[in-house]
Design a protein around this ligand. Structure first.
Ligand SMILES: NC(=O)c1ccc[n+]([C@@H]2O[C@H](COP(=O)([O-])OP(=O)(O)OC[C@H]3O[C@@H](n4cnc5c(N)ncnc54)[C@H](OP(=O)(O)O)[C@@H]3O)[C@@H](O)[C@H]2O)c1
Length: 246
């Protein structure tokens, strides 16, 4: 997909979490094509190295990666604080990670809520606290959180996700008011069904639990989308790049 943005991200440093697959990967690629310096963040080091080597750098951008598991907020805090202490400074933070486990809320083991809260909200908070001083120095910050349409209308069968997304949306709105004076904006992206690994695994889960073929589950989902198709991660990435731009 070509880059039709009129605004460049040249000279801007972006930390893109969950950036080896799906929406995060497409965002990292879009940012690199828009001339930003990109730092990837996810768990699997092989995938990180592969993604890093695929990023465009024809405008002299410098890309790098951090490896860490958002299920372990203390470790994420150590990694990001030592990265910042070594001199890294960011204009853009994309808060994104793997979605919570699916399933009806009534059957959910209570500890799954803690896991989801840690991975999505606590890690966001840690990252913002670590990067905020740099954004204030630049008088430029773009904090963009990838959440879900479930903030507006809960999605059946995604009990933990529906619950945690609402918390992240409230956190983000509160934060936006506190940091606005420093030239920092906070926005949420609410993807609908988007053609990624996450969506494929949700379709597989539903196929097993409902005894229907994956194709039939996908068709049922597409019927809920006015365009009659899944979104592409590259489409979401363009909206994210717009929100990150000056
Ligand atoms: N796709 C959709 O239809 C859709 C719709 C609404 C909302 N969303 C939400 O949007 C977000 C991104 O979804 P996606 O579809 O792009 O997902 P995806 O394709 O599964 O990609 C998830 C990314 O996050 C990383 N990740 C997963 N677990 C992690 C962990 N514990 N610590 C650090 N990194 C982790 C993965 O890399 P590693 O495995 O290497 O860590 C990967 O880079 C999720 O929160 C999802 O629930 C998606």
């Amino acid at each position: 997909m070509g880059n039709n943005l009129t605004t460049s991200l040249s000279g801007l440093n972006a930390l893109v979490c969950g950036s080896t697959s799906g929406i995060g990967l497409a965002t990292a690629q879009e940012f690199a094509e828009s001339s930003a310096n990109v730092t990837l963040f996810a768990r699997n080091e092989e995938k990180l190295k592969h993604t890093l080597s695929s990023l465009q750098n024809s405008n002299g951008q410098k890309h790098q990666y951090l490896a860490g598991d958002f299920n372990s907020p203390d470790t994420i805090q150590e990694i990001v604080e030592s990265h910042i202490a070594s001199g890294a400074k960011y204009h853009i933070l994309i808060n994104n990670t793997g979605g919570p486990t699916g399933g009806p809320i009534i059957d959910t083991v209570p500890s799954e809520f803690i896991k989801g809260f840690n991975r999505h909200l606590v890690c966001n908070q840690i990252l913002v606290q670590a990067l905020l001083a740099g954004m204030k120095d630049y008088n430029y910050g773009r904090i963009i959180n990838i959440i879900s349409t479930s903030v507006k209308e809960p999605i059946p069968g995604l009990g933990v996700s529906n619950t945690i997304r609402g918390a992240v949306a409230s956190w983000a709105k509160t934060l936006s008011i506190e940091v606005a004076q420093g030239g920092i904006t906070v926005n949420n992206i609410l993807p609908g069904f988007t053609d990624t690994d996450r969506l494929s695994s949700l379709i597989q889960e539903k196929s097993k639990s409902q005894g229907k073929s994956e194709n039939d589950i996908a068709l049922d989902m597409k019927k809920q989308v006015p365009l009659g198709r899944f979104g592409l991660p590259q489409e979401t990435a363009k909206a994210i790049a717009f929100l990150a731009s000056p």
